[in-house]
Design a protein around this ligand. Structure first.
Ligand code: 1GP
Length: 248
């Protein structure tokens, strides 16, 4: 049983004991109760470090709350909200990635949703993980919805400039996102360039579908990897277990 220490302390301490954190992402709209319970049991057995939960901008809040309850009935692994919008906030999670999509062209995703969501987060007393969110490629739903300005290929230094700004603004978490189901994950060049200037918790996700890909992201400097789509495949367990081993 995990003793109830603050989420951030737990993540930092846990990170010290292994190469990287493994954080599966549950998209609330993708699983029914039974399947979610099955997946959670396996994630618990494999020893993942935290479970992210979120989805697109049109999240059903009741479903989100119910899904978190199902996870919590099954495991004591911390559940962290990964909201696409203010509808992604729920009182029964352990904390929230309080995201600002720094490379959005729409102020709503940089500060607007945060202002609307902050009083709800306060009311629910959720532990906040201040997170810079950078969507590096175009062509995925999250890039389209978030109006993210994609980074040009071969220019990792531009991403590193955002990372440095995030650090100077006190954001202790930085999430490099390729987008769910991305064909191209975040490149090692980008991860290395960001790692050089950013010493907070560096999370990398999008398009990580095998242990080889996971390994190269960790070697490049990721502190945590996020895996979503793979969970939707029947027989995900085999490859997922290999991914978890890469993080130990
Ligand atoms: C999406 O980074 C996450 O926000 C996970 O991506 O679904 O491609 O694993 P995948």
């Amino acid at each position: 049983m995990r003793s109830k220490i603050p989420l951030e302390k737990y993540l930092i301490e846990r990170r010290r004991t292994k190469k990287a954190l493994c954080m599966p992402l549950i998209d609330v709209s993708k699983f029914d109760k039974e399947r979610l319970r099955y997946i959670t049991i396996h994630l618990h057995k494999m020893g993942v470090d935290a479970i992210l939960i979120g989805g697109s901008s049109h999240i059903d809040q009741l479903l989100l709350k119910n899904q978190i309850d199902v996870i919590k009935e099954t495991t004591d692994i911390p559940v962290i909200l990964f909201p696409g919008n203010i509808t992604g906030i729920s009182p029964n999670a352990d904390g929230i990635l309080f995201l600002s999509l720094l490379n959005s062209l729409d102020p709503y995703y940089i500060i607007g949703a945060q202002v609307l969501g902050a009083p709800i987060v306060h009311k629910y007393k959720l532990e906040v993980l201040p997170t810079a969110y950078l969507i590096v490629h175009s062509g995925t739903s999250v890039a389209f919805i978030g109006r993210a300005q994609p980074f040009p290929d071969g220019k990792p230094e531009l991403v590193a400039m955002y990372a440095l700004a995030a650090k100077y603004m006190g954001m202790r978490y930085l999430y490099l996102e390729a987008g769910s189901g991305a064909k191209k994950s975040v490149s090692e060049d980008i991860i290395k360039a960001v790692r050089k200037v950013y010493d907070g918790m560096l999370i990398v996700g999008g398009g990580i579908t095998s242990h080889q890909i996971a390994r190269s992201k960790i070697r490049a400097g990721a502190d945590a990897i996020v895996i979503g789509n793979l969970l939707e495949l029947r027989g995900f367990e085999r490859e997922f277990e290999r991914i978890v081993k890469e993080t130990i």
